[in-house]
Design a binder for this molecule. Structure first.
Ligand SMILES: [Mg+2]
Length: 110
């Protein structure tokens, strides 16, 4: 019996994935900020901050198998309980469709 062909997908690094998220968010009207270096900063603070009218999103990007640290989980919890319109999530490449739906929420032109 012939073996099924394997689909080989290149694994995204976290930095590559983060750049893809930022580009997509900017196309959807968000202004984004990413700390290039995190030295001397609070551990676990999310990778990306995206803002547009009525929404403030904090995004912790992970590789397909990356895990949250305790500090990262704590920051997401604090941010998610901070104020209306503020949302914080951990996202992975395999969750791209869900991520895009989340970013598009409230977008009138998509
Ligand atoms: Mg990260």
């Amino acid at each position: 019996m012939p073996r099924a062909a394997r689909v080989i997908r290149p694994r995204l690094s976290e930095a590559q994935f983060l750049r893809q998220i930022q580009a997509a968010a900017q196309l959807l009207g968000y202004h984004c900020h990413h700390h290039w270096l995190s030295i001397h900063s609070a551990p676990g603070y999310p990778d990306l901050t995206c803002v547009r009218e009525g929404r403030l999103l904090f995004i912790e990007a992970k590789t397909a198998t990356g895990r949250l640290t305790e500090h990262q989980a704590q920051w997401l919890e604090w941010l998610n309980h901070s104020a209306p319109g503020v949302e914080a999530r951990v996202v992975r490449p395999q969750d791209w469709d869900t991520l895009m739906a989340w970013l598009k929420e409230g977008t009138p032109y998509v």
